[in-house]
Ligand binder design. Sequence first.
Ligand SMILES: CC/C=C\CC/C=C/CC(=O)SCCNC(=O)CCNC(=O)[C@H](O)C(C)(C)COP(=O)(O)OP(=O)(O)OC[C@H]1O[C@@H](n2cnc3c(N)ncnc32)[C@H](O)[C@@H]1OP(=O)(O)O
Length: 285
Amino acid sequence: MSRNILFLSKTINSNVRRLCTTPTPVQKAEKLVLIDVNDKTGYGTLSMNRLPVNSLNVELFNALSDAYDEMEKNKSRGVILTSTSPKIFSAGLDINDLYSGDSKSWSELWDASQEAFLKIYDASFPSAAAINGHAIGGGCFFSMICDYRAMVKGYQIGLNEIQVGIALPKVLVMIMGKLLPRRHAEISLTQGTLYSPEQASKINLVDDVVVDKAEAIIKCEAFLNKFRKIPMDAVNTTKRTIRREEIDYIRNNKQKDIDDFVKAVESVEAQNTIKMYYQALKNKK
Ligand SMILES: CC/C=C\CC/C=C/CC(=O)SCCNC(=O)CCNC(=O)[C@H](O)C(C)(C)COP(=O)(O)OP(=O)(O)OC[C@H]1O[C@@H](n2cnc3c(N)ncnc32)[C@H](O)[C@@H]1OP(=O)(O)O
């Protein structure tokens, strides 16, 4: 039996409360991350639900962080990260925010992304990504920081930040550098390559290629099941040893990392590229 838990980020909750007396379209805001805990396995399925494309903004990052807090509090045995969209896992950072923001909003965006990163990457339970659609930029990155990835055929995955005009943030470089063979990481990061799941599986970017979301979930559960007979303290100590460099980098350089991101986004060249990219996206239909 499973139970659905209504979940909203703190920000959205406060917005909804504030708006209770003044009806506006914002009241229709959906839950940004749906949590579905399987009581039998103890696994929580977290589904990103910022439609149409699950673009990552402060609220979605906060909702992910809060969902992970909830899973920690409930001593979860594992998380399956996926999306409610039929064809998009996540389209990465919200390009509207990159295009129309300022240094304060970009700082807040990056701060929230760092928090969500730490919650997932340093969780005390394993995470498996059921990549049920395109996973681009930050969408790809958030699947990369899970312990396992199963991706449905017919979509694309990759870190394309360079195409959007953003110099790759250090933590993305660190993690891709560890996941992919060196040469592939370098080409992928400097060219912003997007891969089919079949290509991605050849370079370690995804672990399994599947036909649909249902099969992705089955594969994720099978991965999480592998930890059932292993003491989690031993797993976590080992995992933290493996992941220490990236975790320490963010924890010890939080403000510098935010400043670097803001600098990369606010440069004239980046803003021009973001603007062209944004317009091309809007004009593509
Ligand atoms: C600690 C660090 C943590 C993490 C951060 C890592 C940093 C990441 C940087 C980035 O993520 S940069 C962003 C990279 N993302 C992209 O370049 C994706 C761009 N989008 C697409 O390629 C396509 O939209 C798609 C393949 C995802 C889906 O294609 P399709 O199904 O044909 O839908 P549409 O293109 O028509 O899109 C529907 C709708 O959504 C808007 N949209 C798409 N992507 C974004 C986005 N990233 N941000 C905001 N909005 C997006 C698109 O403009 C359409 O809007 P309409 O108003 O025209 O309907």
